[in-house]
Structures are given as C-alpha cells and as structure tokens.
Write a protein that binds this ligand. Sequence first.
Ligand code: PLP
Length: 397
Amino acid sequence: MVSKRCYGLGTARSVIRELFEYGNQRAQEVGPDQVFDFSIGNPSVPPPQAALDELERLIRESDPLVLHGYTSAQGDRAVRERLAASLAARFGHGYGPDDLYLTVGAAAALCCVFHGLTEAPGDEFVVFAPYFPEYKVFIEGAGATAVILPPHVPDFQIDLAALEAVITPRTKGVLINSPNNPAGVVYTPQTLRGLGELLSRKSEELGRPIYLISDEPYREIVYDGTVTPWAPDFYDDTIVCYSYSKSLSLPGERLGYVLVGPQVAGREEVYPAVAGAGRTLGYVNAPSLFQRLCAACDGLTADLSIYAENRRLLTEGLGQLGYDTSLPPAGTFYYFLPTLEADDTAFCEKAKRLDLLLVPGSGFGAPGYTRLSFCVPTQRIQRALDVFARLAKEYGR
Ligand code: PLP
C-alpha cells in the first residue's frame, strides 16, 4: 500500500531523537537540573547580533511582496551574486552567481547532489566512518549505494590505501565532512592533498571524474587557530554543500547551498542536474527571507567562545577523571570520546541510568566511542562532571 522504504524510515527509531525525548521526559520527572543531556546538535548560542539586526532591517525596509515571494528556483539572483562575491573574496576561484544553487539546508543540498549525480542503481558513494547517519538515507534515497569505510583510528584522518581499495567503476563520488560530525576532526592540507592526488589518478583511470562532495556545515566552528582548508583548492572536481544552521545558529530557518565551481569537470551538466534534482524533490526556492539574510551575513559566526569554553572544561575535567581526551575536537561542537568499555551501547546505557545522555558511537559507524554534543549551557557541563566521575568509578577509575 505504501513505499516499504519510506515506511521503514518513518517508523525507524533514531537513537539521538529517542535519547532527546527521553531527556525531556526525565526532566519533567526529576527536574531539568538533574538531567545531563548531551544528545542533540542544536546550537546553544544565539545567532550573531548582526544577523538579528539584518533580519529586522529586511522586515522593516523590504517590499513584503518581494521578501516573501517566490524567488528563482535556484535562489534569487542578487542574493547569489552577493554570496558568490563573498565566497570569491574568501576563497578565490572566481565564483559567480551561476555556480550556486540555494537549498533548504545542507540536508537538501546533499540530496540534490546525490540525486543529480546518480545515473543507475548500483552507483556508489564512498563515506568515511564515523559519519552523520543521515548520509546513508540520502544516498540510498537517490537509488545509490553508500560504501562505508571503517574509521581510521585514532586520528580519524583518511586512510588513502583503504579508499583506493574500494574505488571501482561504480564509484560516482566520495563524501567528506570536515570539520566532522561526530569526530570533530578537521582534515589537514596533507590529507586533502593526498585525497586530491588519489582521486585525480583514479578519475584518469576511469576516464571520467569521481566527484568529491564536501559537506561543510561546521566550516567556521574551529578551535585553537585551526583553519578549515578549502577542499576545492586540493581537487578541482569538488562540489561543496554548506549550511547556515550551525555557523549562524539558524537550524530551523533551513538555508544552505550547493556550490559547483567553474573548475568542476562537466559543470555544464552537473549544475543543471543538481537543479533538476531540486525540482524532482520539490526543494525549489529556498526560504526567501533567509536567502537574503544569509547572503548578507556569509562568513559571520555566532559567538564561538562559549563552545570553546565548553570544550576546554570537558578536556580538562574528563581528562582528570581518567577519560581519554587526547584528541579534543579541532572543530564542531561534538566531543568523540573512547568509551570505558568496548561495548559503547552498554557504556551509554550505564550513563543513562545516571541521567547522563550520551550517544553511542556505533550509530556513527564507530563502535567503542561516544558522542557528546557540547552545544549546551556551560553550567550543565560543570555540574555533569560529578556524574562523569560516578560513571568512571563504576569502571574502577
Ligand atoms: N551534515 C552534517 C554533518 C550535519 O551534522 C547536519 C546536521 O546536523 C547536516 C548535514 C544537515 O544540516 P542542515 O540543518 O543544514 O540540513
């Protein structure tokens, strides 16, 4: 009667959502101060004041028929001009308005790319664990197959030999996410150089490009002077997917883009295919008001100092308690910690009994780890350290 696949997705349990709901329920039972929820990645700092000011200005000064009206399917042209100028000023490459397709967040950007590139069932996209679990849904939704590579521990950079071993004539693309949810790793220029060289060589062997899809919603959320390298600097055939959900703390406003730069091989087919996918999926015309706001605020960020302080507290506090904090996140607002027993699900269950809500790494393809979202009030971290201490004691630490 209905699509089995869609029914399955609609009824499947999401570990993160379940934990989040459980946390809300427990907060009602025992009080919100007694629950230490580190499950979900909802930004905890408000959007930058400049974005709020721009929002007010747009509402006050714009013609409402234009501001709330349909835009071009690929996004308002003036908006794309402004955004392309901002990207070109920051990263070079001479980006122009016709390189950008505005979308309903990074989720839609990725779906448009996977749909646009998939020619036939069995086409493959390589994904590196640990990975954002929705990737599999997006790729399979496009009729393609996700080829998941196991995590490269302990540094979570790319194992090029392992990648080379899974590239076949069916490989359409390779997906990267740096800064990475959940590992917090930022790929080094050396990693990206190696990746670019490998993909160039393999593309030449296949006689067609293998596209690199770079999902970058955390591009600006980095610490200790880390700079996220610009992936297209290392490989021409890179398609960038971006979102303002995290950088501007606007996840509910749903704005992002696909960037198919002028150096991308076959861009005259790739860009229309992405746009056509947007049509198929009914994603045309990203939210008009936020198109304008985000273009005006491109490159700005919410106050990252709060995340930096949370990260510092966790590194110091958990380190003193015997947790392995030797790889603090270089970016994002996620801490990826080795669990104190090999079974990460059992570890997170034990934590849950103490009302400490942590996500098992298995859900991201990395057993033996747990993800803590530290986009939470700093006080929650300060108070949670006692609970982490009780948990560590259960393991004799
Ligand atoms: N990619 C990654 C790695 C994410 O963590 C998320 C959201 O958490 C998304 C994509 C989707 O972001 P958006 O809110 O822009 O759809």
